[in-house]
Design a protein around this ligand. Sequence first.
Ligand code: NAD
Length: 484
Amino acid sequence: MNYKNYINGSWHDAKSGKKFSVENPFNQEIIAEVPDSNFDDINLAVSSAKNAYLDWCLMTAGERRDLMRELANKSRENAKDLAKTISMEMGKPFAESLDEIDTVADFLEYYGELARDEVGRIVAPVDSKTMSLVRYESTGVIGCIIPWNYPLALMGWKLAPALAAGNTVVIKPSEITPLSVLHWCSLIESILPPGVINVVTGYGQSAGEPLVTHLDVPVITFTGSVVTGKKIARLAADNLKKVSLELGGKDPMIICDDADIEIAAQGASWGGFVNAGQVCTSIERIYVFENVINKFTEAIIEEAKKVVLGDPFAKDTDIGPMVSKAQQENTVKKVEQAVRDGARILTGGNIPKNLGNGYFYQPTVLDNIRSDMEIVTEEAFSPVLPIQKVSSIQDAIIQSNDSIYGLGCSIFTKDIDRALTAADDIKSGTICINSPLMENIAAPFGGMKQSGIGREHGKEALDEFREAKHIFIDYKQEAKDWWF
Ligand code: NAD
């Protein structure tokens, strides 16, 4: 496949002619080259999206729903091919990549339908024979900036509510995983009018920033790191642009002494190691009641040792390589720093020797942890679980809240009072009781504190992509004294 920018329904090289290559993290093979785009390419894509907006926003929600259903069907029909592209460029196991395609299709179906209901409301009138309508209107061209850890699913999270609300989009995928989004566009190109979806590949500074600062893009929806999120917020502020920011996390898991330790350890292993720990809602800190910490530690070590690392296309693989050499090196550095700070490696802590030149890292469990260590305060985005003991639920809540992040949190207990106290008092966008982090398409997803601004999923996501307008109607048509 020839991977080019997808603009106005056709395929374009970067105007500069420049390209960069995309690597398979399992074997370091170069699998494709894509346009290294800059302002000129972004500008072309934005003007294409702006032209397409004129007709797309005038369609009925039902007409858009029908087209979005076709996009969903096409995604499902081609799920295996698309999943192959995700696993090749990102390294995650094939079954997990298939799940991403399901997510994209689900989001397209869900928002296509939801936008037919969620069009506005009538509020109490201020006077007799008057009416106040609140109408939710589309905003225009939405700039979508996407990270590499879920290259298609996270596109779906943004694209589906944006389109359903009547907007057109310009998508800038991660420079590390641009192929899945382009592959998907090649499958759906005959379904939508040209310009409704545009994709421009490139690096953050040269392609992402021109999208953020473009005057014809009123909304930026971004998923990525806190550092980049802050930069985008600063750039967007110059034009008072609306931003939604889905950023990093340092999600705590609390294990109480009445929890089923085996189930909690299985949940911690999955929540900490799935996708090689490269999930914004990965379990990144574990707080265990002191009277069960030994039992839990034994159980989590056992679970960590069971995790199978390997070829993303092998049936028994649980986790593939990390996405890049930089990501692997980052993990090595984080664990080395933790050890220098006094942590003890209970299992893992190395690059495995028997897996060729893929960017693997062993599932790792650490103890001897203090709250001021970097491995507790900074997002690792790695398969590393630091364990600390706590003396009570209050202690666990204090530790959990002692963070700049507030994305998710989970608690394992059979005591409903403890569970709901944690749900009340922990500042995070999601709280899961007796489960590692779970999402629900119909429930808002997002972060408090520095984990972000705005929400994805549910009806809340539609609001990120539309404006509320008040329409006042006086149907008395009588003369009136307006002056106070
Ligand atoms: P990143 O911030 O490095 O990059 C994300 C995207 O932003 C990429 O497309 C990149 O090219 C672009 N970008 C970089 N600099 C830019 C700039 N100056 N202007 C505009 N765009 C720019 O993040 P990443 O390494 O791709 O992803 C990992 C991070 O994403 C982690 O911190 C993770 O927690 C976070 N994440 C959050 C969620 C969530 O929903 N909260 C989901 C997935 C990932």
